[in-house]
Design a binder for this molecule. Structure first.
Ligand code: PGA
Length: 253
């Protein structure tokens, strides 16, 4: 039986220059030679969005943004409205990444407002949730993630295309990951929370993120309930990202 395509998302964070288009072209060449049955998304910094969207036009790679302002275009120096990101070529947007929640003090309500803005402009939100190390140690991980889901996902998402990314804060950029059993357990909780909250929310993919690398991608992608991965450091080069994409092919076969 055919399985659902996985959603493989690269989050470049504050990395990438014009020279990085070379890496994108290498990814495109490899995917043109051997297409993947999965959805592949790159989320470059806003300054590269338009250039990368042009390079990827008509290809297998979709382009997303890393953040969005909740208001319509107007007097907000340095920010980007959802309509502008869409105009630049983005079709998805990461919202509520833990680096935004920490560095910019984004609370669940801010994340929910940004999700509304994304929907308004036709961007598919990828909403990030995840516990801190101390919360996991205190046995609070599930409670924290459930409460982030309730606060960050507005009811208007019901029936819309969106994804949730489970990213334990302590696993991001650390080389640490939860055990596969822990990932499976949390994904089952998130799936339950989504179906409790959204009458039509059953099909949204739940991604795992945090130190996904070529060496561990296959087993993570094969874990029950994992609908894809959100990849930071290992999405910057074709030589790291392509093996992760191919792992999805193997995990699904
Ligand atoms: P990492 O980042 O893969 O570098 O750990 C993941 C993320 O923060 O999205």
């Amino acid at each position: 039986m055919a399985r659902a395509p996985k959603l493989i998302v690269g989050n470049w964070k504050m990395n990438g220059f014009g020279a990085s288009l070379h890496e994108v072209r290498r990814m495109l060449d490899a995917l043109a030679a051997q297409p993947s049955p999965h959805r592949i998304v790159l989320c470059p910094p806003a300054v590269l969005l338009h250039r990368i969207a042009e390079v990827c036009a008509g290809s297998q790679i979709e382009v997303g943004a890393q953040d969005v302002h909740h208001e319509r275009p107007g007097a907000r120096t340095g920010d980007h409205a959802a309509e502008m990101l869409h105009d630049a070529g983005a079709r998805l947007v990461i919202i509520g990444h833990s680096e935004r929640r920490t560095d910019h003090r984004e609370a669940d309500g801010d994340v929910a407002a940004k999700v509304q803005a994304a929907l308004r402009a036709g961007l598919e939100p990828i909403v990030c949730v995840g516990e801190r190390q101390a919360e996991r140690a205190a046995g609070e991980a599930i409670r924290v993630v459930r409460s982030q889901i309730e606060g960050s996902l507005p009811m208007s998402l019901d029936g819309q295309a969106f994804a949730v990314a489970y990213e334990p804060v302590w696993a991001i950029g650390s080389g640490l990951t939860p055990t596969l059993a822990e990932i499976e357990a949390m994904h089952a909780e998130i799936r339950q929370a989504l179906s409790d909250r959204f009458p039509r929310g059953g099909a949204s993919p739940v991604l795992y993120g945090g130190s996904v690398k070529p060496v561990n991608a296959r087993e993570i992608l094969a874990t029950a309930g994992v609908g894809g991965v959100l990849v930071g450091g290992a999405s910057l080069t074709a030589s790291d990202f392509l093996p992760i994409v191919r792992s999805a092919d193997q995990a699904a076969s």
